[in-house]
Design a binder for this molecule. Structure first.
Ligand code: ADP
Ligand code: GN1
Ligand code: MG
Length: 363
């Protein structure tokens, strides 16, 4: 704790830091809730950036700073949306991160009070709200020149690259887990056509500044109104395609169980939640989405779930080097859940496509 408080003291906080405890359930960084006080308590999020995942943490922080500055300038005084953007807290030296003596990169954000995070969507209106928020984020960044952003993880949403990574894992088999992964590898091979289809058509999709991690627990909801108010986790904001932002919402907004669920039935696509999601996205993006994007939204869902199955399986075979795990077969279970979800999307494909058509027509 005292080390954490020493690190906290490097940032330009209001008051004196007195408490710092692990917080949240993200898979990537070490996240802490930091409290400081003068006459009152001030809360912050302190994070140690995962430098195995983000090889250039300076670039990550530079991107976040650029994006937040742009959003701040763009928001007019009359804005009544209730949407709040993250606030990056500088170090006392005016830097965007603190580098400790053992090479750890630390950063700090203002804690957005009176909010809650969902690990699962419970009803269609929450799916609507989350999608409205991620749609708003994309729409507000439409005028931001994507060339000004660093690439924080190369080929992040590149289906070919994800397949190559799985092949490399199979080839090297460093965790000696290949045998156990055979049924999942077989199913992934059978689903290869999803990737072929996406790769063929992605050239027709416009490049946009996208969030790239539109998972439900990267949205903060207002405790009073239940409305989505802040998009967090901006590390992967880069040039990309709208389809994969939509797709990660299909992956995380339409299921009732967690990625680690042992109840297979809870990890299937619920049409009512999907409808909420699509309506929220359509509400903000219908005026700007291109015809080819709209027509292929569902393919976005399929490719992201497919890539996520590959990513969890490659990490399982590699010996759990990327995602945080608490048990040895967790990444294999996560893979199975993704494949189960993908099967359920494929089974309901025509119904889901109809929902997309009607939701966009209604706007
Ligand atoms: P990871 O990349 O590991 O997912 P996140 O940046 O998403 O890290 O943060 C992890 C969790 O911390 C989030 O799911 C959320 O619960 C919480 N969190 C992060 N930033 C804030 C913030 N500014 N205010 C309130 N909660 C936050
Ligand atoms: C990670 O950081 P977090 O937990 O929001 C991952 C996403 C995956 C997700 C799977 C930088 O997201 O790409 O989709 O886990 N983030 C990174 O749950 O790899
Ligand atoms: Mg997160």
């Amino acid at each position: 704790m005292s080390d954490l408080l020493t690190i906290a003291g490097k940032f330009d906080l209001i008051g004196e830091a007195y408490s710092c405890k692990p917080y949240g359930s993200g898979h990537i960084h070490d996240t802490y809730l930091l409290e400081a006080k003068d006459e009152e308590v001030h809360r912050y999020i302190l994070q140690r950036i995962n430098i195995f995942v983000f090889k250039k943490p300076e670039a990550v922080q530079d991107n976040i700073w650029r994006i937040l500055s742009f959003l701040k300038k763009q928001r007019s005084a009359e804005d009544t949306s209730g949407i709040k953007d993250l606030h990056l807290v500088e170090t006392k030296q005016g830097e965007m991160f603190f580098l400790d003596s053992s090479g750890g990169y630390w950063r700090c954000f203002g804690f957005i009070d009176d909010t809650f995070v969902l690990e699962n969507v419970q009803n269609p209106s929450q799916a609507f709200e989350g999608a409205r928020l991620f749609g708003d984020f994309l729409a507000r960044l439409m005028d931001y020149d994507p060339r000004r952003l660093h690439v924080t993880i190369p080929r992040f949403m590149d289906a070919e690259w994800r397949q190559e990574q799985l092949t490399m894992a199979e080839f090297t088999n460093p965790g000696d887990r290949l045998k156990k992964a055979q049924p999942e590898l077989k199913r992934i091979r059978q689903l290869q056509k999803i990737s072929d289809q996406y790769i063929r058509m992605q050239e027709a999709l416009p490049d946009r500044v996208v969030h790239n991690d539109t998972k439900i627990n990267n949205v903060l909801f207002d405790q009073g109104t239940g409305k989505g108010i802040t998009v967090i986790d901006l590390d992967t904001v880069m040039t990309g395609k709208l389809l994969t932002d939509f797709g990660d919402m299909v992956r995380t907004f339409t299921v009732q169980g967690s990625e680690d669920s042992t109840d297979k039935a809870s990890y299937t696509c619920q049409a009512a939640l999907f409808e909420g999601l699509v309506s929220g996205y359509a509400e903000v993006l219908a005026p700007v989405i291109t015809e080819v994007e709209r027509a292929n939204l569902l393919l976005g869902g399929k490719i992201v779930i497919y890539m996520q199955a590959i990513r969890f399986l490659a990490d399982y075979i590699n010996g759990d080097v990327y995602y945080k795990v608490t048990s040895p077969e967790q990444n294999l279970l996560r893979t199975r859940n993704q494949l189960n979800l993908l099967d359920s999307v494929l089974e309901q494909e025509s119904d889901l496509q109809r929902i997309i058509e009607t939701s966009f027509q209604a706007i």
